[in-house]
Design a binder for this molecule. Structure first.
Ligand code: UD1
Length: 432
């Protein structure tokens, strides 16, 4: 008898083609919440974070901080207090790091404040190799002694970290954030060149400054940090999620602009909005932080290249591919940040899209319509692309491995149902 190993997987089933309309509110940014939570390690005083999104990745970071010895208290729906209770362990265990790569963000603050840290290596990732070599070499340049043993990064700086000139040979978002957090308590001045300019890096710098850090140049490619002896508590509000906002802009474009978006961070999406205009989709501010989408009857194909902020974000590439898959003509998307971020292509093809990939570029020939099918969510942003595709497709779409979606989209089922979508979740047994 053949023994079969079974696993239980969750899926999302969407009835496609139902017109969506109404208003959706954008949540706090996952990629700002995570580094700002890691920064609470830099002080023994209380930090209060407002506008926190309720996401799986945020829960993983909370679990990590609790494991270290922090007490985390919910003060209201979206406001949390973080306060050091005791220090149990300066370890980020594999069990948590393997769930979320961004756990590496605890390395810089742990090392600078406690002089040692042990963090599991994030390991493989579905969208590419995503190494952390740049984080480690920068910390070594600041005087850390780093070894990788038994799958763990073991970092020590018995005499404290020292300011240094860190030139990132490649722009790295969490790398810039990690070094910024390491440098605020280091001795002397750190200069980061070729730094990431993402709004989430700026948001972290803003909170660190409220804690007493001395930082200049955030938002440009050179950041100057003067180390201080101690940081104190503060209260900080997480910025809106530009990727969630862009995802809903795409959805609204596909539903004739009938979805208005609240808390749309216009200033962070300038480049994306220009791309939308080229396609024939216009983002129109209507009052404070709210936008409407207007679109031309016939949309136009476009060529998009992903690039670090302020250019087109890799995190919106998959969602735009779904949009372009039903725009008449040939569009192209070139992925410059991650080497394996086209895993959604075969899934979109299952729904009837016509896409050819050559090297780093996907060529998308628009089809008249997508048709429902069974597909896989291959990573976080690809899962959003599948949901959009399922909502416009004719018939029923079932998306497996949907947990990816919950890592980065708060309350997505409820938000979509409020707009009129018909969807449900269930579990199924699958052979391993
Ligand atoms: C962050 C975002 C993620 C986004 C990505 C690119 C968070 C929590 N995550 O991820 O949503 O998709 O930026 O905008 O903010 N690299 C190296 N060595 C390193 C570090 C990075 O070679 O030590 C490479 C990566 O493999 C990748 C590129 O640099 O090709 C950019 O990656 P990076 O900006 O570091 O991505 P993350 O910070 O992990």
């Amino acid at each position: 008898m053949i023994k079969q190993n079974l696993e239980i997987v969750e899926y999302l089933e969407i009835e496609g083609g139902i017109p969506l309309r109404g208003t959706v509110e954008i949540s706090g940014a996952k990629n700002a919440a995570l580094p700002n939570m890691a920064a609470t390690l830099l002080t023994d005083e209380e930090i209060i974070l407002e506008n926190m999104p309720n996401l799986l990745d945020v829960k993983t970071m909370k679990d990590l901080l609790s494991f270290v010895g922090f007490s985390i208290e919910k003060l209201s729906e979206k406001t949390f207090s973080f306060k050091q209770k005791t220090i149990n362990s300066l370890v980020a265990p594999y069990e948590l790091v393997s769930k979320m790569r961004a756990s590496i963000l605890v390395l810089g603050p742990m090392l600078s404040r406690f002089k040692h840290a042990k963090v599991a290596l994030p390991g493989g990732c579905s969208i590419g190799t995503r190494p952390v070599d740049l984080h480690l070499s920068a910390l070594e340049k600041m005087g850390a002694d780093i070894k990788v043993e038994h799958g763990y990064i073991i970092a020590k700086a018995p005499n404290g970290l020292k300011g240094a000139h860190i030139n990132f040979e490649k722009i790295t978002v969490t790398g810039t954030e990690n070094i910024m957090m390491a440098a605020v308590l280091a001795e002397g001045e750190t200069v980061i060149t070729n730094a990431a300019r993402e709004p989430e890096v700026v948001d972290l710098a803003k909170m660190l400054k409220k804690m007493g850090a001395k930082i200049e140049g955030e938002g440009t490619s050179t950041i100057y940090i003067k180390g201080v002896k101690k940081l104190h508590g503060t209260k900080h509000r997480i910025i809106p999620d530009r990727i969630e906002a862009g995802t809903f802009a795409v959805l609204s474009a596909l539903f004739d602009g009938n979805i208005t978006i609240k808390n749309y961070p216009l200033e962070y999406l300038e480049f994306v909005n220009k791309r939308l205009e080229e396609i024939g989709v216009y983002v129109i501010p209507i009052g404070k932080d709210e936008i409407a989408i207007k679109r031309k009857k016939k949309l136009k194909p476009v060529d998009i290249e992903t690039k670090e902020y302020p250019y087109f974000p890799t995190d919106l590439q998959a969602q735009f591919m779904t949009l372009l898959s039903v725009v008449d003509g040939v569009s192209s998307i070139t992925e410059n940040i991650f080497e394996n971020r086209f895993m959604h292509v075969p899934e979109l093809e299952r729904l009837g899209a016509d896409i050819k990939v050559k090297d780093k570029t996907a060529y998308i020939r628009g089809v008249k319509k997508l048709t429902g099918a069974e597909v896989k969510a291959t990573d976080l942003r690809a899962s959003a692309a599948m949901v959009i595709a399922g909502l416009i497709a004719e018939g029923t779409t079932r998306i497996y491995d949907i947990y990816h979606l919950d890592r980065g989209y708060e309350n997505i089922d409820e938000k979509l149902k409020k707009l009129g979508a018909k969807l449900r979740r269930d579990m199924i047994e699958r052979t391993l």
